[in-house]
Design a protein. Structure first.
Length: 202
């Protein structure tokens, strides 16, 4: 059965003049342009059809980089950065950590290293603008710094990292930033289980 999001994307693509042409044209669109919604929808479809963990992580990392580039573009244009862009970036960041937490030990460490390396570069990219009057830019800077800290924590303490993010995935908290209370195993009261068929327990 076709997933609702796929049906929506196909319908939208057809409305703007052909699925293939519209999706292609949307890829370089920015948040302040008409085809941006189609760009985001096509990303969701692409992620849904990505078959394995490594490929999913690679695509999520690519989307994080896209959002950072969009934020920089808008800021340099002197435009307010929509909250939606920052929220979607945060979702990508959290999905990456959850995915890493559901990998086997060697793969998890490799994934966290990739996340750490890319995030460190992105922190530097955003840091060049310093504290700004743009709320979304400031939130993104803080969230990227947190992502860097969390990836480093995972490399140092894989067991705690795995527990935290598997629990968050199961309880629907993957879009929220971890708090000190939530990082304690006692906070949940029960051990975490596998999140999904595509992210099996190790």
């Amino acid at each position: 059965m076709m997933k609702p999001v796929i049906a929506i994307v196909l319908a939208l693509a057809l409305l703007v003049g052909g699925a293939g042409a519209a999706a292609y044209a949307a890829q370089d669109s920015q948040p302040n342009q008409a085809l941006y919604a189609l760009k985001l929808a096509s990303e969701d479809v692409q992620l849904a059809f990505t078959g394995d963990q490594q490929a999913s992580l690679a695509f999520l990392q690519e989307m994080v980089q896209r959002r950072v580039q969009e934020i920089v573009y808008l800021y340099n244009q002197g435009e307010t950065i929509p909250a939606q862009v920052g929220e979607r970036l945060e979702a990508h960041l959290n999905q990456s950590l959850v995915l890493a937490a559901n990998m086997a030990e060697p793969a998890m460490n490799q994934a966290l290293q990739q996340i750490q390396t890319q995030t460190a570069a992105q922190v530097q990219t955003i840091a060049q603008f310093g504290q700004t009057s743009d709320t979304t830019m400031n939130k993104v800077r803080v969230r990227l710094q947190e992502q860097l800290r969390l990836s480093e924590m995972g490399l140092e303490n894989g067991q705690q990292f795995r527990y935290e993010y598997r629990y968050r995935y199961e309880t629907g908290l993957a879009s929220a930033t971890p708090t000190p209370e939530s990082q304690s195993p006692a906070a949940s009261g029960t051990p975490a289980r596998a999140a999904s068929a595509r992210s099996p327990p190790c």
